[in-house]
Design a protein around this ligand. Structure first.
Ligand code: ADP
Ligand code: ADP
Ligand code: MG
Length: 651
């Protein structure tokens, strides 16, 4: 029996594990970093130990140090959560050697499934269908390109050790192959320390449907039904649900059987997920699904299964790790109602889902029956550049899918997060979309509908509203304005008509604002729009002197010039390109003197284990470059300057 557990993870999943452990009277030990001081997980544990400043390598990924802390604090077991060390076979072995129970499968099962190519070979032998492709050892680019040709485009390049959608590239034509291969290998090496890849056919109209499995140390294996995770961005799930829309009982049973076969093939124990890619056009055929990979851990989306089965999967994990048999047999397991989860990320959907960082000045989540919020943050938490940018999950359970969508839409409207951009508005748009509510969308849905799903949000009129508030907040601000309002000028404000301009940064980009004074009252204009209250839906939260304006889960920030900046006349032209986040420059595509068009890729930056392409904001000529390949950059550093092309004169 497990009496105390160290949780080698952070954020919502650490909080989640602590909740069940506490209910089972198991003592909890959390680890945290200085960067996570403002997060909740370590505050909720019985004991907490701080390791390192921030980088995962010195903290959540530092196996030996974590084992040392576990022993020192008398832990019996280590729960790795997901990500980090959860699929690290060496760590699982080291735990066992130190006399600690690793809450997960045996190390050999992790190794067997850890390499996507070895896992595929193993599954072929076990009679589990796999996607046609090349998953051998040869890695020469020419050879892989030949294989891609034989498989037939489009193909998918995948990192053999990949996860979280990283190191994965779709290649539509042979001409793109070399560049995509190089990019996948670079990302794979940086994220997983292994640049090997496999090539497989990219399925048309694919759906991602996965099976939750559980096995104990007494030879029992069951599946806990499926989850449909087809709503993805960057090949990473954002909405998951159970049951999968349109899945027949026959195919469900066939998939469940295949998943159990997969688990048996590697001597599995504990919680695991067998992911299938499914040909969405032929869902009713039992041979339309293929093994993709097995995640040998608790999954982010496990609450969906908890809601439709009424079970606590973390409790099952703890019991099985303690040597107990599975609490239920296959026939005892029943699906009840429908459940759906949305993942809330700190990111900017309108800019390629770039992760966002910063302080959360306000955090509010919904509550109510059948609405579950799993979160690791609170007002004041700081989203640092070191980890995955997921903040929370909201999960809803109802008798049917329509009722779930309806309740989830309402729940999302109650979410208030100010300080960083989030995907809340984007999630709301999906839930409001007819194609999604019809059920059965494919994994390409988000990319295909990206414009509609990421549009909207606060515009200049709401930025102007923030300027209004700024003026009212403090009379002192008026002293910052130039012209007759500067101290000692002797002008009377009342009765005069006067317009002054102020330089704003709206979402970090320079914007012009005007304040027009007339008969003692002020009208504010940003760009060409006057301040306009947005039917009360807009909310403004102030933090660190910046206004965070949000409407329907979409936020923009309005920063005001400091007196010093005004004196120095710091004003940025729109051809000024700054680095959007802390990271490393991977490649620079342009040189000084090059002509670029708005939207052209200028350079790529690696941050949070992903590559981000920075695009030209305007047409023009590169007049200055300050970044170079391999360089580490800070957020907001000057990267390059584009001299805007003069407008063409007619005739
Ligand atoms: P799921 O299928 O449960 O969504 P993912 O593969 O997307 O699982 O990864 C689960 C979580 O773990 C994600 O938040 C991801 O960013 C994070 N993650 C994946 N790999 C790592 C890693 N090597 N180190 C840290 N976090 C990781
Ligand atoms: P990861 O380890 O990063 O989770 P997976 O192999 O599970 O990688 O794939 C992640 C996602 O990529 C899938 O959920 C699916 O959307 C897409 N995908 C993977 N393989 C294929 C394929 N052969 N055809 C089409 N889409 C695929
Ligand atoms: Mg996967």
């Amino acid at each position: 029996m497990i009496r105390s557990v160290l949780i080698a993870n952070r954020g919502e999943i650490a909080c989640r594990i602590i909740r069940t452990a506490r209910a089972m009277n198991i003592r909890t030990i959390a680890i945290a970093t200085e960067a996570d001081r403002s997060w909740l997980h370590w505050q909720q544990a019985d004991e907490a130990v701080f390791l390192g400043e921030g980088p995962a390598a010195e903290s959540y990924l530092c196996g030996p140090e974590i084992i040392r802390v576990a022993l020192e604090h008398g832990a019996d077991a280590i729960h790795p959560g997901y990500g980090f060390l959860s699929e690290n076979a060496k760590f699982a072995r080291d735990c066992a050697e130190a006399g600690l129970v690793f809450i997960g499968p045996p190390a050999d099962a992790i190794s067997a499934m850890g390499s996507k190519s070895e896992a595929k070979a193993l599954m072929e032998t076990a009679g589990v269908p796999v996607v046609p492709g090349y998953h051998g050892d040869r890695q020469q680019p020419q050879f892989l390109k030949q294989k891609a040709y034989e498989i037939g485009y489009p193909v998918l390049i995948k990192a053999v050790s990949g996860g979280g959608g990283r190191g994965m590239r779709i290649v539509n034509k042979a001409i793109e192959f070399d560049e995509q291969l190089a990019s996948a290998q670079r990302e794979a090496l940086a994220a997983f320390g292994d640049d090997r890849v496999l090539i497989e056919r990219y399925l048309d109209n694919p759906r991602h449907i996965e099976m939750q499995v559980f096995a104990d140390s007494h030879g029992n294996v069951v599946h806990l039904f499926e989850r449909d995770c087809s709503v993805q961005r960057r090949h990473q799930k954002v909405i998951e649900e159970a049951p999968a829309p349109g899945l027949s009982d026959t195919v469900r049973a066939a998939m469940g059987e295949a998943a159990i076969k997969a688990a048996n093939a590697v001597g599995y124990q504990g919680a695991g997920t067998v992911e299938f890619i499914v040909d969405g056009a032929n869902l009713e055929k039992p041979d339309s699904f293929f093994f993709m990979e097995m995640n040998t851990r608790l999954q982010v989306e496990h609450p969906v299964t908890e809601m439709v089965t009424g079970l606590d999967l973390v409790e099952w994990q703890l019991r099985i790790a303690g040597g107990e048999a599975l609490p239920l047999a296959q026939d005892d397991l029943k699906l009840a109602g429908h459940a759906m989860e949305v993942r809330i990320y700190a990111e900017d959907p309108a800019h390629d889902f770039q992760p966002a960082m910063g302080k959360l000045w306000a955090v509010e989540f919904p509550a109510g029956p059948n609405v579950r919020v799993d979160s690791g943050v609170t007002a004041g938490s700081v989203v640092s550049p070191y980890y995955d940018s997921m903040l929370a999950k909201i999960i809803v359970h109802a008798p049917g899918r329509d009722a779930v969508i309806d309740r989830l839409r309402k729940a999302l409207k109650e979410v208030q997060i100010a300080g960083v951009k989030t995907n809340v508005g984007f999630l709301g748009s999906i839930l409001a979309d007819g194609e999604f509510s019809a059920g059965g969308i494919e994994t390409g849905y988000v990319d295909r509908r990206i414009t509609e799903l990421t549009g909207g949000g606060p515009g200049p009129a709401l930025a102007a509203l923030a300027v209004d508030q700024w003026l009212k907040r403090s009379d002192q601000h008026q002293a910052r304005l130039p012209g007759p309002w500067q101290g000692g000028s002797g002008f009377e404000v009342g009765g005069l008509e006067r317009t002054v301009g102020i330089d704003l940064l709206v979402d970090g980009q320079p914007a012009d604002a005007e304040i027009r004074w007339k008969n003692g009252s002020a009208e504010t204009i940003v760009g060409t729009e006057a301040a306009m209250p947005d039917e009360g839906r807009a909310r403004i939260v102030w933090g660190g002197g910046i206004a965070y304006v949000s409407v329907d889960g979409r936020q923009l920030s309005v920063a005001f010039p400091s007196p010093l900046e005004r004196v120095l006349g710091v004003s940025q032209g729109s051809g000024h390109v700054l680095t959007p986040m802390h990271g490393r420059i991977v490649s620079v595509r342009i040189g000084a003197g090059d002509t670029v068009s708005a939207g052209d890729i200028l350079f790529t930056l690696e941050a949070m284990k992903m590559e981000h392409s920075i695009k030209a904001p305007v047409d023009g000529i590169i007049s200055r470059i300050l970044v170079s390949e391999g360089m580490q950059v800070d957020e907001g550093a000057e990267a390059l300057m584009i001299d805007q092309a003069p407008a063409e004169s007619p005739g």
